[in-house]
Design a protein around this ligand. Structure first.
Ligand code: LLP
Length: 380
């Protein structure tokens, strides 16, 4: 990316810089490829709930995938159609269920029988029928970081198939629920796309089970998880939507009139964002040099939480990167480190540094720890 130094130098750091052209191009690529098969894509708000970004995604016609009552409210305030809003989450509170019922959303993606019982009870009290989908734990390995793997039996998410017989016996008694489909989400930052083929095969088996039980399902929601290239943000700025959707087209067996839904977050927004920070001090250690920057884990927690890699570059000095620095923040935690032995040119106080691919799970996971100011955003 060509960083607009004039804008950067006139903006107090740290801040998120969003490249809206890349955002538009990414969303358009996703739409083109998913439209080939008539698939519905819901944007997973959890990746980034910045108003400007949401507005653009809404205008392109995406649905919304929410995981809290406040995300449901936010999606509808921004203008997403309630009929395209799904509400997932393993621990929906009564207040959140009520919010979603207020808006008559598309679907509650339900994760347990106790949750179905509660939604039924609340809906009954309001004289409503809630549309629900069952989130099923398919026991498929997403081959990603274990903190963002969700589709294994050891994970808290979803209903296991061995619970399904009992659940389907109980369901007809829950008269204020209307079962509209099944839902899966096996994990995030999935780069081995053969994993999705495995998911399709498992979904087909699960569909056979429901057919045998004479349960009709109109909607199949296969979740999100398509990864992005953190190593090469410039040469591989847009994820391979064509291959991704084609895998589902080729391997997912659908019954007549079934509709397929996706909940994509990261791959729609990650590459459009960079965290821009300024070098405060350079400290020469015994074994390593530290570039101490003014952003910390409060602005971007991914490296501290998942040991995740982000490409880091000195955008003030573009000469050859022939020195190594540990790029660290000012927070009183040793894990407040964005990258170790990062290759950069000679770096000095006042240089601007870009931490790339931070448009997803960056700003939205920021905190006020150490009473830090809320991080700002700038759009180009
Ligand atoms: N649907 C459900 C039910 C989910 O739990 C998630 C993400 C998504 C969709 C969207 O997944 P995506 O397309 O973005 O991979 N904070 C972590 C990622 C957590 C993902 C949680 N669930 C990170 O920074 O890597």
């Amino acid at each position: 990316m060509n960083f607009p130094l004039d804008i950067i130098q006139n903006t107090p750091t740290p801040f998120y810089l969003y490249d809206l052209k890349l955002l538009h191009n990414t969303l358009d690529a996703c739409i083109t490829e998913s439209n080939k098969y008539g698939y519905h894509v819901h944007y997973a708000l959890k990746a980034n709930t910045n108003n400007e970004i949401l507005q653009i995604i809404k205008e392109k016609g995406f649905g919304a995938d929410c995981v809290s009552g406040n995300e449901v409210k936010k999606a509808i305030e921004i203008g997403f159609n309630p009929e395209d809003v799904a509400f997932a989450g393993v621990g929906k509170s009564d207040a959140e269920i009520n919010i979603a019922l207020d808006y008559n959303i598309f679907s509650f993606n339900c994760e347990s029988l106790p949750e179905l019982e509660v939604i039924n009870e609340i809906a009954k009290g309001r004289g409503q029928v809630a549309d629900v989908a069952l989130r099923i734990n398919p026991n498929v390995n997403a081959k990603t970081h274990h903190y963002i793997t969700t589709g294994l039996e050891e994970n808290k998410f979803g209903i296991n198939m061995w619970e399904m017989d009992d659940l389907l016996e109980r369901l007809p008694h829950l008269t204020n629920l209307n079962l509209i489909g099944i839902h899966f989400h096996i994990g995030s930052q999935i780069t081995d796309l053969s994993v999705f083929r495995g998911l399709c095969i498992r979904v087909n088996e699960i569909q056979d089970y429901f057919v045998k039980k004479h349960v009709q399902l109109k909607h199949i929601n296969v979740g999100g998880g398509l990864g992005v290239d953190y190593e090469n943000p410039d040469t591989n700025a847009i994820s391979d939507f064509a291959t991704f959707f084609k895998i589902f087209h080729d391997h997912l067996k659908l019954l007549p009139n079934q509709q397929v839904h996706f909940e994509l977050g990261r791959c729609l927004v990650a590459q459009s964002g960079s965290l821009i920070t300024k070098v405060l001090y350079v400290k020469n250690g015994v074994k390593t040099n530290f570039a101490i920057v003014d952003a910390g884990m409060t602005e971007l927690i991914r490296p501290a939480l998942y040991q995740s890699y982000h490409h880091i570059e000195n955008i003030s000095n573009t000469s050859e990167a022939n020195e190594k620095y540990d790029v660290v923040g000012p927070i009183c935690e040793s894990s407040d480190c964005f990258g170790k032995a990062v290759k950069m040119p000679h770096t000095k106080r006042g240089d601007y540094v870009a931490i790339r691919t931070t448009g997803a799970y960056g700003e939205v996971m920021s905190s006020a720890y150490n009473l830090r100011d809320r991080v700002k955003a700038v759009y180009v």
